[in-house]
Structure formats: C-alpha cells, structure tokens
Design a binder for this molecule. Structure first.
Ligand code: 16G
Length: 244
C-alpha cells in the first residue's frame, strides 16, 4: 500500500482522498463495496483517525461514498446529481462539487450545420457555425461529451481561444460581454456508439443520457445549439416540479 507523504505540500487527508479516488477509478473499489474500517485505513496509511474521517467526508459529500449507520461506509453509486432548472456550465457544475474540470478538444471546425440546427440558430442561408466537440473530465475522469454549434455572429474568433483550459461560457461572458440567459432543452436516452464508448470509456451500447437544445442570450438570440452526452452511470438529472 502506498504511504502518504507527510512533507509534501498537500494535506494528508487530501492525499488520502486522491489515493481512494485512484482505487475508485481503477475499479479496485466498486459500487456497493464496503470501505476498509477507519482503523484499517489508519494502519495502512499511518495516519490519524481525524485524517481518515476528513477524507471520507470529502468523498461522501461528492456522493462517491455513503455511510450507512451501524454498518459502515460503502462505495456509492457515484452518480452526480445535476439540477435541470439552472443553466450552468460544465466547469461551474464540477467546481461546485469540489472537482477540477478539464477538457480534451476533439474538434473545432467552422462548418455548415445540418438544416435543423441552422434553423434553430437562426443562421442565414449557408451561414457557417463553429462546431466544438470536447470530452469533459472531472478530476481526470471522463464525464461527458459536449458537442455544440455556436453562432459566430456574437463571438467571432472563438475558435482561436484556449478551449482546452478555459470555460466557453466564461469566454462568452467575460471576453465577448454576452449575457447567457436561458435554454430550451430535452433529455433522452441512447446507447453508446463505438466512438462514444471509446471516448467516455464505457462499453459499446452502455446507457447514455443526452441533453439537446438551444441556449439563448438575453437579447433573445440563440448562441449555442448543444448536444451534451452523459454517462448514465455517472449522472442523475433532478427536477423539482411545482403543482400549479
Ligand atoms: C454545459 C452545457 C453545454 C456548454 C457547456 C459549457 C448543458 C446541457 N450543457 O455542459 O452546452 O457548452 O456547459 O461549459 O447545459 P464550459 O463553460 O465549462 O466550457
């Protein structure tokens, strides 16, 4: 078992969080597995009970671990709950949960989108849009694929920005001064294609959740047509309906 490094800059509980995350990622700890006892973890990593508790609390807060009274701590279903009533960026969603967002840019092309998308973006006849496809990670774990067409009229030069390390909504709001106001979206299920399975690191045919829709600026104009593809084993969408 790896020892934690007491003289590294990072607090011991954070190092234990990273060590446990690595085991969750590699499948050494699987959903439903019981976590070793506090005492076992203290002995394995030569750390105090407090440090163990702090680390478990972090992972519990993220939904990765669940403490069941009188039975112990178990690996949770690890589904990230995403509210559908707020229009947030992927980066915001992950940071709110204490995770670090990152991206792999798969494509960034100026193209003429399919007619249905061109119409929803209210493009002129033959007007191209900027197609950006990114694989999105949280703490290095692939979570989602964002495939979006952006209307270039409002963000000329977006293709030249650093789309790997920056949030696109941040760029749109801070650099272009745009006000993203609302979206119209639908959720559906799908089975992973060969390509989606490879990128999202799931088996071919695994369940996916897809959100598709259009994002509008406060002036009423559409800025983005989006297709966000989520691993169904990592996401759960929540809604809070009101009876009227
Ligand atoms: C969210 C959006 C996606 C947008 C991305 C921007 C939904 C379903 N998806 O994932 O359309 O492109 O955020 O994220 O709303 P970023 O600002 O971190 O690049």
């Amino acid at each position: 078992m790896p020892r934690l490094d007491p003289i590294s800059g990072s607090p011991l509980y954070q190092q234990l969080v990273q060590a446990l995350r690595a085991q969750l990622r590699s499948g050494a700890l699987k959903p439903g597995d019981q976590l070793p006892s506090e005492r076992d973890l203290m002995e394995t990593y030569h750390i105090s009970r407090n440090t163990v508790r702090q680390a478990i609390e972090v992972l519990e807060h993220e939904g990765q671990l669940e403490r069941i009274h009188g039975r112990g701590t178990f690996v949770g279903s690890a589904k990230l709950k995403l509210g559908l009533m707020r229009l947030t960026s992927f980066s915001e969603d992950m940071r709110e949960r204490g995770m670090e967002p990152s991206s792999r840019l798969i494509q960034c092309d100026v193209t003429t989108p399919p007619a249905a998308i061109a119409e929803q973006l209210r493009l002129l006849d033959g007007e191209p849009a900027l197609l950006i496809e990114r694989l999105r990670y949280a703490d290095g774990i692939p979570m989602a694929l964002n495939i979006s067409h952006f209307s270039q009229a409002y963000c000329p030069g977006l293709a030249g920005e650093d789309l790997v390390n920056q949030s696109i909504y941040d760029i749109l709001e801070k650099k272009y001064g745009l006000h993203i106001a609302r979206a119209e979206q639908a959720v559906r299920s799908a089975a992973a294609s060969v390509n989606e399975a490879m990128l999202l690191e799931v088996r071919y045919g695994s369940p996916l959740l897809i959100i598709e829709g259009v994002v509008y600026l406060d002036n009423g104009m559409p800025i983005e047509h989006l297709r966000s593809i989520y691993r169904a084993d990592r996401y759960e969408f929540t809604i809070n309906p009101i009876r009227s």
